[in-house]
Design a protein around this ligand. Structure first.
Ligand code: ACO
Length: 323
């Protein structure tokens, strides 16, 4: 049986730390408000482009898998903050790692990494490609207006990458199941306004863009969306929630994660949470969380991982992975 297994992983965390206390010098906020409402204590701010962070993460993932760029058959890069729209930045990473393969970007916002994992798994199961590099990379500080306290405190910059490889095993392993969904009825609840080809580029407003969202609506829909897709992958794989060793959710708010696992009837300790140090890094949160969980010894060979995400679109996605 042909399965899609994660064989390498790597991350890029920019060195510049912006703490909650630092933010109090820029806007009317407090460490106490940010921590209690979100679980965030600090975030990283990048002075380099999204593709540069993506390349660093990709090189670590390749080294971890014992591969070089030439071994890769396809690169899928998930980002809502690419440094260039044309060409796609998967091409920039490809040039840096010396790969001779297909390469493209996808934008499914915070669900982008799990969308990429689903696409990579389908490629591998079909026999079309054997080694896919997938990356979630974001420079969200680019969208942030540092005077707007309701959005500026939430986001950070980072990149994470994994190598997904074809493995032949008698029992299913690696990605056991994946699911993706989009609910367009909520697309107005989370968006970047004032940026895109629908604008008159000669108008003065065309130079102003900003991230705009309805936090309360997203909060509720994120819990419902991640819960529904998680249930879907468990059913697809015939795995009970009790068999899940670790939940690796998108990191948007620790209260979303706590409510999600409580609603699923799982103990809070089963959820991996690293939002305190990174904030919300959108498509990068899940590969970053995988790397951090591995570094902390929270993932062991044979473990069953449930990963789920939610983001602008409104996208949702989940994957069940036998490590
Ligand atoms: N510091 C201090 N006070 C603040 C701040 C801040 N940084 N931001 C807002 N406030 C104030 C508001 O002005 C408001 O004051 P008021 O009551 O006097 O009007 C009060 O705090 C409450 O504001 P709310 O927006 O209602 O706060 P809420 O409890 O909903 O928390 C939050 C906001 C954290 C954004 C929450 O709604 C949330 O986590 N939503 C989901 C996550 C999300 O939307 N993330 C965006 C990306 S999407 C994704 O990744 C899935």
């Amino acid at each position: 049986m042909l399965s899609a297994q994660i064989t390498g992983w790597g991350k890029c965390l920019p060195p510049a730390v912006l703490t909650n206390d630092d933010l109090t010098h820029l806007m009317d906020t407090s460490d106490e408000w940010i921590r209690t409402r979100t679980g965030i204590g600090e975030r990283r701010i990048s002075h380099v482009s999204t593709s540069t962070m993506a390349t660093v993460a990709a090189k670590h993932a390749l080294a971890c898998a014992g591969l070089s760029g030439e071994d890769i058959d396809m690169i899928i890069l998930a980002s809502a903050t690419p440094d260039t729209l044309v060409p796609n930045i998967a091409a920039t990473v490809q040039a840096e790692i010396g790969a001779n393969c297909a390469a493209f970007d996808i934008n499914a916002a915070c669900s982008g990494f799990l969308y990429a994992l689903g696409l990579a798994t389908a490629q591998i199961r079909s026999g079309q490609n054997r080694r896919v590099l997938i990356i979630g990379a974001e420079r969200l500080s680019f969208y942030v207006n540092w005077t707007l306290r309701d959005t500026a405190v939430l986001f950070g910059d980072a990149a994470g990458a994994v190598i997904v490889e074809a493995v032949e095993q008698s029992e299913p392993t690696g990605v056991l199941a994946y699911a993706m969904h989009n609910d367009p009825s909520g697309r107005e609840h989370l968006r970047v306004q004032g940026f895109g080809s629908d604008l008159d580029r000669l108008s003065p407003e065309a130079t102003e863009f900003f991230l705009d969202f309805n936090g309360r609506e997203i909060f509720k829909r994120a819990i419902a969306g991640m819960g529904a897709l998680s249930q879907q992958v468990l059913e697809q794989a015939g795995v009970s929630k009790e068999e899940v060793d670790l939940v690796v959710p998108h990191q948007a708010n620790v209260r979303i994660i706590d409510t999600l696992v409580a609603k699923m009837g799982l103990p809070a300790e089963k959820a991996f949470v690293n939002i305190e140090h990174h904030g919300n890094t959108s498509a990068a949160t899940i590969p970053m969380a995988l790397c951090d969980a591995l570094e902390q010894g929270r993932i062991h060979p044979g473990d069953t991982l449930l990963s789920c995400a939610f983001g602008a679109g409104l996208t949702s996605a989940a994957a069940l992975i036998k490590w």
